[in-house]
Ligand binder design. Sequence first.
Ligand SMILES: Cc1ncc(COP(=O)(O)O)c(C=O)c1O
Length: 428
Amino acid sequence: MSIPVSLNMNLRGIGQSATLAINERSKALRREGRKIYGLGLGQSPFPIPQSVVDSLKMHAHEKDYLHVQGLPALRTAVAEFHIKKDLADIHPDQVLIGPGSKELMFLLQLVFYGEIILPSPSWVSYHPQAHILGRPVRFIHTSFEDKWRLTADMLERHCAADNDNTKPRLIILNYPSNPDGGSYTADELEAIGFIARKNNIILLSDEIYGQLHFEGEHVSVSRYYPEGTIISSGLSKWCGAGGWRLGTFSFPPQLSWLREAMAAAASETYTSVSAPIQYAAIRAFKCGINIERYLWRVRKILKALATDTVRILQDGGVRVHMPDGAFYLFIDCTPFAEKLHARNIHNSMDMCEALLQETGVAILPGAAFNRPANEFTARLATVNFDGAKALAKCETIPLDTPLPDSFTKTYCKETLDACKRIVKWLHD
Ligand SMILES: Cc1ncc(COP(=O)(O)O)c(C=O)c1O
């Protein structure tokens, strides 16, 4: 008997995510004894704050299934976090806890019946999620010159060119952004919020890197378009706990229908997030002085590293903007296009493959972030260093004292070396 292959049509052609694929390729090369500079995977290198780890230990015995929407005390802590950080006025009843914000995004795209608008470049998983669910996607392409930012004008032009401006639409905005680390000013967010409201577009504001804004000045678009904005956040990036799988969505009361539908879908799928993790997350979202200090140090290290890596790349002729937060750089190697074509490299995938083979530097092609394939863009995740060591050293330096020039050379040497290798390879 042979079992017939019968896959959901929407999953045909969907492969492993680009991030996981480059990881597998890097592992294979490492097994061959090659030195690999892993700038592919974007996970926080820093340890989880000790008080949060202690809280997890204390709650290891919690074994009950919890409320599908999340532990009430955690929802309260998340709502208060958003209020305290001046992001949005959220009520605990309007918070939904999920096993990572990625899963919540998938559920949102499942329950929302309409078109998804994505600025490009955009994070690797939004588009595949929409594809799996059969949701139509429209891209708004930004450019290096726009600092890869969506502007209110672009959104307005997009809406004006749409021949059905009444259909349900959802736009996903991510800032500080993966892949480029850029954020928006309050004025820019106000203008975007205005156009979204005018066109009745729901806005999913992915603020997973909000607390990693280098200056601690993250602003949410929800301030300007509260009734239409869902804020997405979680523990993965600012708290260094990606593997704990805890994400949060905060809704305005006007979008309760989406929250309720998502909770219904959650109750039939994952039931609730792991109980001990939810209890420990209360500690994280309550913040307090020690966690704030941790955050200031993490931002200080990430900013110093961004400054030094951007300098190496820009001095080497690579087009790249200084990020506002997070731990990514989005490079544009167009100035080397002629040289690359001469080496039979015609798109971002070829470029990253050749770079990995010839230098051992693993980065992700711009195509994975919905950039046109023939462009020479790519994302570097600058976090392949020992975050615990860097943080421990940073703790010995007063908070208001800048890090010495030698800091990144000592604690993030491999990241700097990888950038130098990229530059050298482009010039060879
Ligand atoms: C922009 C962005 N959004 C969402 C996520 C998902 O985060 P999590 O599912 O860990 O909450 C990530 C993770 O890499 C991300 O970079």
